[in-house]
Design a protein around this ligand. Structure first.
Ligand SMILES: [Zn+2]
Length: 665
């Protein structure tokens, strides 16, 4: 229903409407992806699957209790008869058959929504021969050919004109619930990992020259990244307009934030990816998407395969399960991705996912409309930057917060300023100027980076780009967690600051470390501070001017965790949760439909590259801010007694196996 479609313009009704809109926090009508619980299965169909039995697929989805299927629709091949030039049905699509239409009908009759998948990044040689100007060109002018398919260019006529005709036909013919785009924009690597460089087609060359007055570089620089960002967003905007014009109820899903309704991401693996594994991948992706763009749904695809070469070999079962719980604990869609149909040759991931889907379906009233109740914010890398921006610092802080059981949101923009009231903002390598206003109005900011913030905190003397020294604990009373150490390891950049206050921690520069007879016998202390606290207006800024986060990500030193813990205490951070839970219990605190939800995920099954069944944990005591009257556990059903004490509701969770949801009312 469109709230504005009824023309009942009495003043009181308008006021009531306005009040409702203010309460729900939105003026736009939310799509199904925001108002329904989502259990999303992606089938990356192969062209040979064009013969599939539509009824059987729909029955298998229904049996799993999936309620959204993302499946092949068109692009490289279509799964329906098409009459648009340069668009080709799968060679395996039987004559007269409309496979996509059949699946859509069978799914809709079972209340399963269908999101059509298009891949516009590649097409056949016939198209290249007819329109060579639409295609990606390497620096030497060669096209990019992969298994006989030619890569198109996001700047050219295929994406900008032909694709719109292809999509218009699909949208006019089918009552789809959404569209999704694979490999959107110019990919610098092919599926085999080969670097194809940047596109040097005539359109790219002319546009880049006009915008930046120079030639396309060999490696992407800042200008080129901006150019590609703009090019892909221009097309994204056009696709968004087309979908809204043709199918206003349909959602627009892509890996980008702009113009879309759902932000797609992947929890995936790759054999050459550097260790350590990042066991919070799904939490990271969903938390960031939901809190950076709160009006959009996060769809983090749980990719079942190990790497492209082994699309039919699944990752550990425990990894599939862990990602599933993380998806829903942060307010995203529950997802599962597979190549081909349900008839898998390696069924382990699917058989792990099925019972989770069914359990979540049985409790679906709790998995819709969740928003984070966290009051701490961790700033992610700014939107549009490369993914590598301070990734290790950020991940170290992400882990520290999680292991401390501090509910937090991740945002990669500053849109929350003036809208959400956080008690602490933590910045790794990106501390934007807006934080000054936040601090001055009474906020707490913790900076953990050698990189200078974009607002004045302290005078920088210099930044040493690489130092292998120590930090000395000068005041043990200030850091009770560090009572058993006088020194903390320091590796990486260090920024020297001017500070007149008493130094709580100081820099110990590098000294001799070999042979053993000489170890640190020349060690010297300095008065150079390694932490400062500043009052900024009504607020406080603390700055650790070295990479504690990055070191914790790689080395997990107890001293660094201890310092982080004590810094939060010195900042007088009010704790939302106090608990005796093991650090490998991840907790998220959400609001939903007037209730408070506490999610607990047991990560004790993760070690190195292994994901095993988690070790059950018992009698987890929780004190949670609030005066709740009742608590209910869903995974291991129970009604823990609540005692309210000092503004905290105290209760005990008798058993945590893989996951638990505590509903508090
Ligand atoms: Zn190009």
């Amino acid at each position: 229903m469109n709230l504005f479609s009824k023309r009942q313009n009495t003043r009181s009704l308008s006021s009531l409407l306005l009040l409702c809109l203010l309460i729900t926090g939105t003026f736009a009508q939310d799509g199904w992806w925001m108002t329904e619980p989502i259990r999303w299965v992606q089938t990356n169909l192969r062209q040979v699957d064009a013969t599939l039995d539509a009824r059987r697929l729909a029955e298998q989805l229904a049996d799993m209790r999936a309620n959204v299927v993302l499946m092949g629709m068109g692009g490289i091949v279509s799964y329906y008869p098409t009459s648009v030039q340069y668009h080709y049905p799968s060679p395996d699509l039987p004559a007269g058959r409309d496979m996509f239409g059949d699946v859509l009908r069978e799914c809709h009759s079972r209340k399963i929504r269908v999101v059509g998948r298009y891949d516009l990044s590649k097409t056949r040689k016939d198209v290249f021969d007819a329109h060579p100007e639409w295609f990606f060109r390497q620096a030497n002018g060669d096209p990019v050919i992969y298994n006989g398919l030619y890569s198109t260019c996001i700047s050219g006529g295929y994406y900008r004109e032909q694709a719109m005709k292809i999509l218009a036909e699909g949208l006019e013919k089918y009552d789809v619930d959404g569209l999704f785009f694979n490999a959107f924009g110019n990919q610098a690597r092919d599926y085999s990992g080969k670097n194809v460089g940047l596109c040097h087609c005539d359109v790219c060359k002319a546009k880049f020259r006009a915008a930046y007055h120079k030639e396309i570089p060999n490696e992407p620089d800042g200008d080129y990244r901006k150019f590609m960002f703009t090019s892909s967003r221009e097309v994204a905007a056009e696709i968004g307009k087309l979908i809204r014009a043709k199918r206003p109820q349909a959602g627009y899903f892509n890996y980008i934030q702009e113009y879309t309704d759902g932000i797609m991401s992947e929890s995936n693996t790759a054999v050459a990816r550097p260790l350590p594994l990042w066991p919070y991948t799904a939490s990271d992706n969903v938390n960031r998407a939901r809190n950076s763009q709160p009006t959009k749904m996060a769809v983090d695809l749980n990719m079942q395969f190990v790497d492209f070469w082994w699309r039919f070999a699944t990752v550990p079962r425990g990894e599939i399960a862990l990602r599933s719980w993380q998806n829903i604990a942060h307010g995203g869609a529950l997802t599962f991705e597979m190549n081909g149909t349900f008839d898998q040759q390696d069924r382990q991931a699917l058989e792990t996912s099925k019972p989770i889907f069914r359990w979540v379906a049985a409790n679906e009233q709790y998995y819709v409309g969740q928003t984070s109740a966290a009051r701490v914010l961790l700033l992610g890398a700014p939107a549009g930057s490369t993914r590598e921006f301070g990734a290790e610092s950020y991940r170290g802080l992400f882990r520290l917060l999680t292991e401390e059981h501090i509910p937090f949101v991740v945002s990669d923009n500053m849109d929350w300023v003036g809208k959400r009231d956080f008690v602490l903002v933590i910045a790794a390598d990106w501390a934007p100027a807006e934080l000054q206003k936040y601090a001055e109005s009474g906020g707490r900011v913790l900076l953990v980076s050698a990189r200078e913030p974009e607002f004045p905190v302290a005078s920088v003397v210099k930044t040493i780009p690489e130092i292998r020294g120590y930090v000395r604990v000068r005041d043990h009373a200030a850091f009770p967690s560090l009572k058993d150490t006088d020194l903390l390891m320091l590796n990486g950049p260090f920024t020297e600051l001017q500070d007149n206050g008493p130094a709580l921690l100081t820099l110990v520069p590098p000294s001799m470390f070999g042979p053993p007879e000489f170890v640190h016998i020349d060690m010297k202390d300095t008065d150079t501070t390694a932490v400062i606290f500043k009052q900024l207006g009504k607020g406080t800024v603390a700055w650790i001017p070295w990479n504690l986060g990055a070191m914790y990500y790689r080395l997990s030193l107890s001293s660094h965790a201890g310092l982080f813990h004590d810094m939060l205490d010195r900042l007088k951070l009010p704790r939302q949760i106090k608990t005796n839970a093991h650090p490998l219990v991840e907790m998220s605190l959400m609001r939903q439909n007037g209730r408070t939800l506490l999610h607990l995920i047991n990560l004790s099954g993760h070690s190195q590259t292994g994901y095993f069944t988690p070790v059950p944990m018992s009698n987890i005591q929780v004190q949670l801010t609030g005066t709740f009257k009742s608590a209910k556990t869903l995974r291991t059903p129970g009604n823990p007694a609540i005692k309210v004490n000092n503004g905290y509701a105290e209760f005990t969770i008798p058993l945590l196996r893989d996951y638990e949801l505590v509903v508090l009312e």
